[in-house]
Design a protein around this ligand. Structure first.
Ligand code: GN1
Ligand code: MG
Length: 347
């Protein structure tokens, strides 16, 4: 704790308390209470992000871009300099720490409470994409190379699986049976069918901050993976987290329809025909990809995602694969739903 406090002291002189914040699986996050404004302090996981200072450089470019936008309906947390005027602090072990604005009064949800929450989530993701649709993605660093490149996760899985004795037959069979999925978005990207845009990278439900007393989203946080990519990674990730029914790992179509229609209402004027065409593929792919990532990490000894026990990543993988099965079982209804949303926003 002593050293934590000395790190927080790099950003402020008076610290009243420091408490762990959120449920992130990668970085270490703390809420720092001071005698004035509280802030969020994070240690960036350098074994995941190869060049942590790029995250800060991207953050500054995003802030500049937002200052030029006229209507912004989401607060994007502002980075806070160290007392020495630096954008981050590097400790004796070379770990990078950064501070940012704590947005309140807000709460983050693990489950959507209502269709009104679903409307908000769809709108907020669409608004984020809209705000950054005019920022050239090439000006941003790729903070996490290979992120959401499913064929690379698959190739890595096969290397790890060969060396591991812990094989889970169901997971292994599921991956083999559906490995063709891995190519779909990357192929479309390489063929130039899907445009590269600025993406959030990790828009799962608990990264949307809802107002504490009103059913309104005020912020979208966790901007480490904002970088060039496909909107489809984000749409797939948002829907896999929001529409995941925990009781049976089923995919909730009515919630999906509400999220997607509010998302598309916000993005319709720049969303291309091909982007509509690949929506189903994305919704199916991202749970497959996350299951593959969890299962590979389980086989490799749990070095990437934080775990509480050695089997947690295996359980997480099974959940994602069940969710993926549920999506595939509802393919035709989901395709109809996507088409209905498309027609609605285009008419
Ligand atoms: C990781 O650390 P957290 O929870 O924000 C992961 C996401 C996964 C998510 C699953 C950089 O995000 O891709 O969807 O866990 N982030 C990274 O809970 O790998
Ligand atoms: Mg994250």
């Amino acid at each position: 704790m002593n050293s934590l406090i000395s790190i927080a002291n790099q950003f402020t002189s008076v610290i009243k308390a420091m408490t762990p914040l959120g449920n992130g699986l990668i970085n270490d996050t703390y809420l720092v209470t001071t005698d004035t404004t509280p802030f969020v302090l994070q240690r960036i996981n350098a074994s995941v992000f190869p060049k942590p200072h790029w995250i800060m450089e991207n953050g500054l470019k995003m802030q500049l871009h937002l200052q030029q936008q006229s209507t912004i309906r989401l607060q994007i947390p502002v980075l806070i300099d160290t007392q020495a005027g630096e954008p981050y602090y590097q400790d004796d072990e070379e770990a990078i720490w950064r501070a940012q604005q704590y947005i309140e009064p807000t709460q983050s949800l693990e489950r959507l409470r209502s269709f009104a929450d679903a409307e908000q989530t769809g709108f907020a993701l669409g608004h984020f994409h809209r705000l950054f649709s005019t920022l050239d993605p090439a000006v941003l660093h790729d903070t996490l190379p290979g992120f959401h490149i499913t064929p690379e996760y698959l190739a890595h899985y096969y290397v790890i699986a060969k060396q591991s004795a812990n094989t889970d037959r169901d997971c292994a069979a599921f991956i083999e049976q559906h490995e063709a999925l891995a190519e779909v978005l990357e192929q479309a990207k390489h063929q130039g069918l899907l445009p590269i845009r600025v993406i959030h990278g990790d828009p799962k439900l608990n990264n949307f901050l809802f107002h504490q007393h009103e059913p309104v989203i005020v912020s979208l946080i966790d901007l480490d993976t904002v970088k060039p990519g496909l909107l489809h990674y984000d749409i797939g990730d948002c829907l896999r987290s929001c529409c995941h029914r925990v009781a049976d790992d089923g995919f909730d179509l009515p919630l999906c329809e509400v999220i997607l229609s509010h998302y598309l209402a916000e993005t319709a004027d720049f969303f291309t025909m091909a982007e509509y065409d690949f929506l189903y593929a994305a919704i199916q792919l991202i749970p497959f990809e996350l299951g593959l990532r969890f299962y590979t990490d389980y086989l490799a000894g749990n070095h990437y995602f934080k775990v509480t026990d050695a089997e947690q990543n295996l359980r997480r993988a099974r959940q994602q694969f069940r969710l993926c099965r549920s999506i595939m079982a509802q393919e035709s209804a989901l395709r109809d739903l996507i088409y209905a949303c498309q027609i609605r926003v285009q008419s």
